[in-house]
Structure formats: structure tokens, C-alpha cells
Write a protein that binds this ligand. Sequence first.
Ligand code: ADP
Length: 734
Amino acid sequence: MDAISDAAETESQYQLEIKKLNREIRRLKKDNELLRILNDQVSRTQIYIQKGSNQRIFYIRQLLKSSPYILILTDSKLQTVMTSEVYFQYENGYDKEELKRGVPLRSALRTLLSEEQLDDFMEKCQRVLRGGEMEPYLVQAYHNNEKYDFQITIRQMLQNDEIIGLNIIFVEMTAIIDALERAKQADTAKSNFLANMSHEIRTPMNAIVGMSEFILRDCDNPKAKSYASMIRSSAKTLLSIINDILDFSKIESGKMEIAESYYRFSSMINDVVTLARVRLHEKPIKLIVDVDPSIPDRQFGDEVRIKQILINLLGNAVKFTHTGSITIKVEPDTRYYDGQYHLIFSISDTGIGIRSLEIKNIFSTFVQVDTKRNRTVQGTGLGLPISRELVHMMGGDLRVESEYGKGSTFTFDIRTRSDDPTPVGNMKFDQDNVPVADVFRATFTAPDASILIVDDNDLNLQVAMGLLSPYKCKMCSATSGADAMIKFSTGRYDLVFMDHMMPVMDGVETTGMLRKMPFGETTPVVVLTANAMKGAAEEYRALGFQDFLSKPIDPGELEEILLRHLPNNLIVREKAGEQETCNYPGGGNSGMNGADGVNASASGVSAEGGVSAVVNQTEVEGSDDLIDVKTGLRYSMGKPDFYRKMLEIFASGNHLKEINDLFLAQNWENYMIKVHALKGIAMTIGAVNLSEKAKKLEQAVRNGSIDYVTANHDDLCELYQRVVDLINSGELQF
Ligand code: ADP
């Protein structure tokens, strides 16, 4: 029984086991199915991935095959990995298989780039490989004697932020570069054409201006005169346009050059301010000059071009301002200092201003804004672009700030150098543009003082003596260094005025000789200079002078010098008004050159007469650019009779012939002395443009630019003659 029941129990256990096993089999079957499905999915994914990557490889192959650029992929050792098909157009001795296996990058490009270009290229590749950045750059390559222009770009290939090689692209730009070159050549040809044309037009234009001048002078018919006047003024406008075009085409064709030399900053500012005054004419505008006194006076730069910019900006300020003020400000820019000196110039006006929308256009060529409002204002729209280009050439920039209806400020900076820190000092300028109304009145006399004036130029002597005449001192003149020594040895002087530039013995040498003579050491000698230096007293002191006085002589400065150097006991303060006399030359003072000196108070002209004549001044139309009466009167203390005499002496002088003879003899040293003297004399009588021209010629001789002198000497003579003709015509009224 027990055995039976044992067997039954075993049987049921087997059954249980079988059931379990069956369950296990069913589970395994399910898992198997799952695995199969998974396996199936993996295989399908694999196929998909394979397909995708084949696709990508296919695309990459297509890219390399059809790319118009040379593409080269390298590994981190700069061995080639892949190249585009185009690469093989530039036969290089390698086949595709070789390149695939990898060749050094340098030799892969050996037939395309020169050794020098390869050195540079490999250096750049190494830099990019080390993590550096590289801007695309241009090379001109030769292959089989053909020229190719490539733009090369070198980029890193990154994998997980690691540089694994380089991606190098050569874009062939031969056609574009050639087209650009052709366009540039066409542009240069256009600019050359413009420059030549402008040059050619200038010659007949000068004749037109000159001839209309003759008609105005010689013809009595008022109608013909008015036509001639219109011809002349239109011709002048055309000439100024042509000059702008000439400059502009020079800039465009790259022929504009900056010619640097040493110049006096104070003298440059003086000239610009004088010209601005002339242009202001009767406009009720205050001209304010604010020059930082610490600016070194001796500068190295292109004075002519800096002046051109200033004259243009000031000219615009005058054109577009009807009331208020114009300020010219110059200050050093202390932010930069790299052995060079930066100066910031600004010209502000209280004029019509520029609309903000139009501001960005005004530096474009031939652009004039607000044309409705400015339709009567002449111009070419070239002044600002030329000025800006010139400023760029001098290492700076020209900017503008403006408020419509309120005014504008043009600011520019330029790089300049100076090896002499002597500052310009306080430059004095009249605050108002009414210089002639400020008739100078001498505040004292010095009848017992003896003064020796040394100048080789007759007119300069007359001017100095005329200006000294209200002081009633004894005056003696000498026309050369030798003459000065004779006069000095036979008379006693309280003060000597000595011209700087004289032929044979100049002012410095003569003063040196005087110093060795009795009383020579103790007699103050003041140098007369046409270089208008302010704050240069130190320099002149070192040369042996006690002081200096700029020509044209400013009556106020002359008085300061007299007060500074005449002994106090010789100064007589009289009641106001009593000293208002001016003994102009030729006015009966025949003994001026006498060794004993002559009391110069004999024949005077009343100051009141001078003032009223100025108030009633009428300008001869168009004559102001030959002679600016205001400037002339200013240097004649506002006294018309004195001024008239100055003009007469100028017109009767022999200077033109002397200058021309020296030019023909190519005696440059004396030529320079004569044009230097002319610079001062011309300014004294108000012939501002003639003075300017003389100055340029003086500078040209100084810089050895004889070509410039040869090209411009005739212009100077012509202008000189026109000034003389105008004086002789009697048409100049004041
Ligand atoms: P333009 O010879 O015609 O004066 P510019 O290039 O010098 O040529 O000036 C271009 C234009 O910019 C002028 O026509 C004028 O409209 C404007 N402009 C220049 N300067 C000033 C200023 N100071 N005030 C107002 N407008 C100005």
C-alpha cells in the first residue's frame, strides 16, 4: 500500500514538473520571438544606417567631384586625406590613390604655389592647427605659365572639440580680380582724363579771368563793364570747381601726396584766420580763435593741405552762417602719444545746420544738401570729400555734428610731429570781425627816443616809420646790414628794429656785428619777421634779439614792444586824442634816411578822418580778392591816407622786376629773400592772395622744390601785375 501511494505521489510530482517545464518552454518561446523581433529590428536598423552612411559618402563624393573649388582635407599631421576633383586640374604629379593614402600637404601644392608662398601657407596652417584663426587671404599663383588668383581659407576640422585636421579651400577668383583690375584701370584713366582736362581748362580760364579784368579796367562803357564783371565772376566760380575736380581726381588716381616739411603752426593759423576774415566781408559774424597755447609752434607736416582743409571748413561755415559766430579751436589730443603729436581741430558755427537724415550724405562726392534753401550758395559738393580724404591721408578722421537750425561742428584730427617743444603761446586775434573799426590809438609819445629801423625793402621801411610816427620819436632807417652798421656807429639809438631776411648780411649777422660796437650790447634789437611767430621769443632770444615783431606789423603789438623796450623816462603820457597823428611816408618827411634821425610828427592825418572813411567804405566789385581793403586799412591803423600812400609806394616799386631778374638768373637764395619780403609787404597792403602765393614760393625754394617755383613764378608775376594795375587804376575806393 505504501508502495502504491509512493508511486502516486511521485507521479503527481512529475506531472507538476512537466507543467512547469511546459510553462518554461512557452516563456522561452516568447522570449525567442522577442529576440527574433529585436534581431530583425537591429538588422533593419543596420541596413538603414549602412544605407544612410553610403548616402552621405555618396554626397561627399559628389561634393568633391563637382565642387568648383580646390578642397583639401588633411589629418592633424598635415597629410592629405581627401581632395576635390578640381585639384587634379592643376597637374601636380600625384594620382588619386596616392593622395588618398596621404601625402604631405606642402608637396601636394608644390606645383601651384611658389616656395615663398608655400612657406607662408604652411605657417598659416600650423597656426590654425594650434587653434588660431585665419582670415581668408589672396594669392596670385602661376601654373603652366598661367596666372591664377586664389582666395585661400584655412579652417579647423573638429571632432569632440578636438582638432583632427584642416579643411582648406582655394577659391579661384582670377576673373573677378581681373575685372576689378580693369575697372580700377578704367577709373584711373577717368581720373587722369579729368585731371588733364582740368589742367587744360585752367589755362584758357585764366585768360578769360585776366581779359575780363582788362575790360573792367580799360573800358568806360558801363554795360560792357557789367558784362565783363559777370564773365569774370562766372569764370572764377568755374575755376574753383575745376580746382576741386583736379584735387578730387588726384585723390582718386592715387596721385595726391602728402608733402611734409617743417612749418610754423602759428603762421599757418594766422593765414587761415586772415583769409576767413576776408571772406566774412560785411557779415555780422564773430570769428573766435581758440588755440591751445601749449601746442608746439614748429611742426612737421603738410601745411598746405592742413590749410586747404581749414579753409574749406571755414569757407563752408562762412557760407552757411548768417549771424552769430564761427569758432576755430585747436587742441592737442593727449590720448595718443606714439612719438607723434595729434592735434584736434574743430570749426563750429551757429549757421543753418544740417538735417540728421542728410548728415550721412555730406561726405559723398558731389552732394549738396538742403538745396532748396541753399540754391544761391555756390559749391561743387567736393570740398568735404576732398577734406576727409586729406585728413585720412594724414592719419586722422573728419566728423560732423549738427543740429538743424542751430549750427554745425566739423572736427578732425591729424598726426603731426614736433622736435621743438617751444609753444605757440597765447595767439591774439580780434574777437570781432570788424578790425578796421578798431582804429588803433597810440597812448603815449616818445619824442626824445631814437629808433633805427633796418630793412632792405623800401615799403617795409615806410610802413614801420608810418606806424611809429604817432610816437613822435626820432627815426633813422638803414637799407642793408652794412648801412645799419654805419648808422649805428654814427648815432645813439634807444631801440633797433631789424629785418630778419636781408640779402648779403641778414638780420642775425648784422645784429651780431652791432653787438660788438660801442653801445651794441645794451641796445635792444627787435627782429622784424614775416613768419608771424608767436611764443617764439625764446628762439629769437637765442639768436641775439631782445624781442620780435611779426610783419605785417600790428599797431597794438608795436606799442607793446615800444613800452617794453624804450626807457621809461622817455615815455610821455599825453591827454587822449593828442597823439592821433600819423606821419605817413612821403608826407614831407624827407630826412628819414638821415643819420641824425628826424622828428616824425610834422605832417599828420587825423584819426577821425580815417574812421569816417572806413565807415563809408565802398568796395570795388571783385577787387577784394586782389586787394582786401579791410586788411590793408587794418595794417594802416585805419588811416586811409596812410594806406593810400602804402599802395602808391607798392605800385611804384621795382620789386616785380627784381624778383623776375632773380628768377631768370636762377639766384634762388636772393629770390627767396625777395618773395619772403613780398609776402609781408603784400599782406600789409591787403593783397592777401599775392602774399599767399609769395609765401608758397618762399617755402618751395626753402624745400628745394624749384619745379614748383618754375611752374608758379609766372602766376605770381601776373597776380603782382594785376594788383599794381588795380592800384594804378584808381578804382580802389575806401
Ligand atoms: P560745397 O563746395 O558744395 O560746399 P562741400 O562738400 O564742402 O561742398 O559741402 C557739401 C554740403 O554740405 C554743402 O553743400 C552743404 O549743403 C553742407 N554743409 C557743409 N558745411 C556746412 C555747414 N557748416 N553748415 C551747413 N551745411 C553745411
